[in-house]
Write a protein that binds this ligand. Structure first.
Ligand code: FES
Length: 121
């Protein structure tokens, strides 16, 4: 079972292949934003990887990170599965942004259906 460390929240055992945004929200109890409902449209689910940055990324994640000029700076937790030990810093939370809600509930599976490419850095 992979270990997920969320900076400031602790370390948690997470079911392998759990969607990272859900692991952060439900397993670690951190109020991470996911405004678009985790469909790779908003980038509010962004995290910084301190350890275990996955080698691949979905095309949808790549396109949005490039558009927002975040490539190499952040990853989208809605587009990542917890396949191994990871340590992350959550960059946008409900409490810090003052938002009314985190956004629509993410589905268990990655949406849109993932097409993987190699991480370009
Ligand atoms: S891009 Fe919107 S929740 Fe991930």
């Amino acid at each position: 079972m992979p270990e997920l460390e969320v900076e400031g929240a602790g370390t948690f055992d997470v079911d392998e292949d759990r969607r990272l945004v859900l692991a952060i929200e439900e397993d670690a109890g951190v109020d991470i934003m996911h405004q678009c409902g985790s469909h790779a449209h908003c980038a509010t689910c962004r995290v910084e990887f301190l350890e275990g940055d996955p080698e691949d990324m979905t095309e949808a994640e790549h396109a949005l990170l490039e558009m927002r000029e975040l490539l190499g700076e952040a990853r989208l937790s809605c587009q990542i599965l917890v396949e191994h030990d990871m340590k992350v810093r959550v960059l946008m939370t409900v409490s810090e942004t003052g938002a009314n809600s985190p956004g629509g509930k993410p589905e268990e599976e990655i949406t849109p259906p993932p097409i993987y490419i190699e991480r370009p850095y």
